[in-house]
Design a protein around this ligand. Structure first.
Ligand code: FAD
Ligand code: SF4
Ligand code: SF4
Length: 463
């Protein structure tokens, strides 16, 4: 008997007052009973619209059917055919615009909680299965992967399963890319990422951290001197944008990437940290995307009063609705239709306030969104001692500038053939944010998978 409730089974979560003072996970996950109850909301539609909304085409009705029968291991195996990071995607995928956005139950009520069920299944599997993956026999071919984010890890894992000897080179001291340095612990516990990485090591993947490709070694050196037959570039889009307004070079102004890296990866806020961070008591975060929400919620957890400054209205906020609601519940204040024009500092060169202008929405711009237009004579000053710029990122030009013949777009994205990830350099493939600009975990993972299949085909044809 299907469950015809119009609402998703609610996700239990930490109390907003308590959680705004800790970094533990906000959403606590479905219990077995709740997962069964939610699985019965799925109508097992014959035309499977939800599957077309998932970038890696997980067979959603099949895994949900297995959940409804209480066969959670079968559900996991169905998901795992198409996704190597279900515990991550179940937590951070923008489901509302992907799988759940296509769910027929969403027409008259809330869609089936596909992401929540995926998370339940992945967590159940992690808790109940101790088996380590077996290291396959080597096929003698060597592949290098640049970057250990979801695209690089997926590509490395898929190749290792086929017997390739894979080495991942990571610039930072920990593997995981944005999953460890960007997305905070309270949305994605790092134990989950660590387990995924341990699983790759069990498959034989070598991970070399603190190696900056383009500085420590170049792609040409990897291929000519170190004998790698193919390279996958999954170096992400970590170069932050700024506004070019007066005062942006004051002490206490950070890019969201730097702020989040220092908090998440280096724990720089802890007493006795080698690289302490001045995190501010009154913080302004400029921007309205997921990165802005993460930075604001981290600053809040460090005890600051936080204001998000966004130049459009609440309706245009690009961040996931759930993250905005969580931020509001945690006491973060939003100044909509507001745009910074300058930052003022004190005698010691630290930020003391941010000056903003009121905006109104004009005609739609090239993106189809109504363009914010400044309202004359409407400036206001907000007292802050820290400003975090969350205005987007682009790929770092280092790899392009040190790799002969690697074609890129004007904005820095590496040019690839869509269905293989092949670049203009023979044997060099790329995917994820380094190709698309800042996007999503699941798209980066899908690109890593596509490239792994193409690299396999390329090297098998050469052999
Ligand atoms: P990345 O994850 O960026 O990994 C690239 C790796 O390459 C990094 O570890 C970097 O250090 C390394 N690297 C870079 N240059 C070099 C070099 N020269 N040599 C060696 N290593 C190098 N997506 C979602 O789906 N849901 C979310 O909720 C979400 N929230 C986000 C929150 C934040 C704060 C950020 C920043 C992003 C968020 N995203 C989210 C986007 C998502 O994380 C990215 O789209 C995804 O991680 C891209 O994966 P990637 O493998 O291409 O690159
Ligand atoms: Fe939905 Fe993401 Fe899972 Fe696909 S991977 S089914 S989009 S949550
Ligand atoms: Fe189930 Fe919704 Fe997919 Fe239909 S569209 S099969 S109800 S998840």
């Amino acid at each position: 008997m299907p469950n015809m409730s119009m609402q998703k089974a609610p996700m239990p979560s930490q109390d907003p007052v308590v959680r705004s003072g800790n970094f533990q996970e906000v959403a606590l996950g479905y219990s077995l009973e709740t997962a069964l109850e939610e699985s019965r909301r799925c109508l097992q539609c014959k035309h499977r619209p939800c599957v077309s909304g998932c970038p890696v085409h997980i067979q959603i009705p099949d895994f949900i059917h297995a959940v409804s029968e209480g066969d959670f291991e079968k559900a996991y195996q169905i998901i795992h055919q198409d996704s190597s990071l279900p515990a991550v995607c179940g937590r951070v995928c923008p489901q509302e615009s992907q799988c759940e956005g296509k769910c027929v139950r969403g027409i008259k009520g809330e869609p089936v909680g596909i992401g929540r069920l995926e998370r339940f299944v992945a967590d159940w599997h992690a808790e109940h299965t101790q088996e380590k993956p077996q290291k396959p026999q080597s096929n003698g071919h060597r592949v290098a992967v640049v970057g250990s984010g979801p695209s690089g890890l997926t590509c490395a894992g898929d190749l290792a399963k086929k017997g390739y000897e894979v080495t991942v080179y990571e610039a930072l001291h920990l593997a995981g890319g944005v999953l460890v340095y960007g997305i905070p612990e309270f949305r994605l516990p790092k134990d989950i990422v660590r387990k995924e990485i341990e699983g790759l090591k069990d498959l034989g993947v070598r991970i070399e951290t603190n190696v900056v490709i383009g500085r420590t070694l170049t792609i040409d050196e990897l291929m000519q001197d170190l004998g790698f037959e193919a390279v996958f570039i999954g170096s992400g889009a970590g170069l932050p944008k700024f506004m070019s307004i007066p005062g942006e070079n004051l002490k206490g102004v950070y890019s969201a990437n730097e702020f989040l890296t220092r908090i998440n990866l280096m724990k720089a806020y802890r007493d006795g940290s080698d690289t302490p961070i001045q995190h501010g008591k009154k913080v302004a975060v400029v921007g309205g995307g997921n990165v802005a929400m993460d930075a604001a919620r981290c600053a809040r957890r460090l005890g600051a009063e936080v204001t998000v400054v966004y130049r459009r209205t609440e309706a245009e906020l690009p961040a996931r609705r759930e993250e905005v609601e969580h931020a509001m519940e945690e006491g973060i204040v939003f100044h909509f239709l507001t745009n910074p024009v300058s930052i003022a500092g004190n005698e010691q060169g630290w930020v003391s306030s941010i000056r903003c202008q009121k905006m109104e929405l004009g005609e739609p711009d090239a993106s189809g969104r109504r363009r914010p237009v400044a309202v004359e004579g409407s400036e206001e000053e907000i007292d802050v001692d820290c400003v975090i710029m969350a205005l987007g990122t682009s790929p770092n030009p280092l790899i392009k500038s040190t790799t002969e013949g690697l074609e890129t777009q004007k904005w820095g994205g590496i040019v690839v053939e869509e269905d293989t990830g092949r670049t203009s350099r023979e044997g060099v493939y790329a995917g994820g944010d380094a190709v698309t600009g800042a996007a999503t975990v699941i798209l980066a993972m899908g690109a890593g998978k596509t490239a792994a299949a193409a690299i396999d085909e390329y090297l098998q044809a050469k052999a």
